[in-house]
Write a protein that binds this ligand. Structure first.
Ligand SMILES: *Cc1c(COP(=O)(O)O)cnc(C)c1O
Length: 250
């Protein structure tokens, strides 16, 4: 068996020929998250190992809680109708890394994934997306794209929909949002906030979107924002500071 180790810092190491045998890898190794059976064929797995590792997470982005910048371009498509974008599957993520690097080349941190000729806004990097604005009808609205097969049905997304729905202070809905809706809303000063949602960061405010050569500045306030209120309410539930039917004491 020939093995050659590679790392970003060290490049390719010395090739080694050794007897065929098992490999030893870290339980957090990305490759392990999807299948384990020893087989070279493309087929349904015949063996699986479910295991859970727990760890604290630090700040998800190197900028901490600062708003993230997004590169919005229809060049790469994360997910499509009839595909697997609504599943947490390894294949969805490998390809997205290339686009992520291009976003960095454009001076942005994450990709804002668009879909279709009308440039529907779907997700941010590996987060669901929320827009808090005054909609076309003048209603105060918290909106996220509907689960139509191309959106990952995130647990944080669902939690935010249910939490904000209970407040009964604003319209909470699942609806399509396009880049032209966003641009128009910004022009008319109707956009209040935009943020991503996911387990690691809970909520992550968006500060800027680079789209068709134009930097769209998204309003952002550090304090008293809807995003920070949602962050507090959700983490209070997670840490047991607020009783909730979503958690129970162990
Ligand atoms: C994991 C993930 C999310 C967030 O899901 P959570 O269950 O809230 O962590 C959103 N979009 C994509 C593409 C994801 O991979």
């Amino acid at each position: 068996m020939l093995t050659v180790e590679w790392s970003y810092q060290g490049g390719w190491q010395r090739p080694r020929i050794q007897p065929f045998g098992n490999l030893s890898i870290h339980p957090a190794c990305s490759a392990l998250h999807y299948a384990i059976q020893p087989s070279l064929g493309v087929k349904k797995p015949s063996q699986a190992l479910l295991y859970v590792i727990l760890s604290p997470v630090g700040s998800y982005f190197t900028t901490g809680a600062k708003p993230v910048s997004l590169w919005a371009d229809s060049k790469y498509i994360r997910s499509w109708k009839g595909g697997t974008g609504d599943c947490k599957m390894g294949g969805n993520y490998g390809a997205s890394i290339f686009a992520q690097y291009e976003a960095v080349d454009y001076g942005c941190q994450q990709v804002l994934w668009l879909y279709g000729d009308d440039h529907q806004i779907t997700e941010v990097g590996t987060m669901n997306l929320f827009l808090y604005w005054t909609n076309e009808k003048g209603e105060e609205e918290l909106a996220t794209p509907p689960l139509d097969g191309i959106i990952l049905p995130g647990i944080t997304r669902q939690s935010i929909l249910e939490l904000a729905g209970k407040w009964k202070e604003l319209k909470v809905c699942e609806r399509y949002l396009t880049m032209s809706d966003l641009r128009c809303g910004l022009k008319e000063n109707r956009v209040k906030e935009m943020f991503g949602s996911g387990t690691a960061c809970v909520v992550s405010p968006v500060g800027r979107v680079l789209y068709q050569g134009e930097n769209l500045q998204i309003p952002y306030q550090q304090e008293n924002s809807l995003a920070s209120r949602l962050l507090k309410e959700l983490t209070d539930i997670q840490y047991g500071r607020t009783p909730s039917e979503w958690s129970f004491l162990v």
